[in-house]
Design a binder for this molecule. Structure first.
Ligand SMILES: [Fe+2]
Length: 144
């Protein structure tokens, strides 16, 4: 169970960091196709943000406290913080790489949840993996 809680906290902090980066790009993207990128990043951050509360409550259901500070998030997160303003294409490439990373993290945490017989939680994690597959598809299609 300790392994599961640790994996949940790492994936939660990573998901929050991913959400923040997508919104940061939504706010700061510029260029010829501004509207298209602004909306794409907007759609992504809104979907991910919509999962955050359930995610935190799943950590509580698993019997642990949930992290909720930038200090803890930066200690736990596998998603690199962004402080620069990349161009629109680079933003898309960065988010694609991060979204693929998130899908892979959820794949691993799903396996741990299943091993612990936590099927409801595994179902939630499967949904997050699938959501990131969709985000990755849209980002990849945009780069073609
Ligand atoms: Fe907005």
């Amino acid at each position: 169970m300790d392994e599961l809680i640790k994996a949940l906290k790492i994936s939660f902090a990573s998901e929050f960091s991913f959400y923040l980066k997508a919104q940061y790009f939504h706010w700061n993207v510029e260029g010829e196709n501004f509207q298209q990128y602004h909306e794409l990043f907007g759609k992504i951050y809104e979907e991910v943000y919509g999962s955050i509360d359930d995610f935190a409550e799943n950590i509580r259901k698993a019997g642990s406290y949930t992290p909720g500070s930038f200090e803890r998030f930066s200690m736990l997160s596998k998603i690199d913080d962004e402080t620069e303003i990349p161009d629109a294409r680079s933003m898309t490439e960065i988010l694609l790489e991060d979204s693929d990373k998130m899908a892979n993290i959820f794949k691993l945490v799903f396996d741990i949840a299943e091993r612990n017989g936590e099927h409801g939680l595994a179902d939630f994690l499967a949904g997050r993996q699938d959501a990131h597959r969709k985000h990755s598809w849209m980002l990849r299609a945009t780069l073609k």
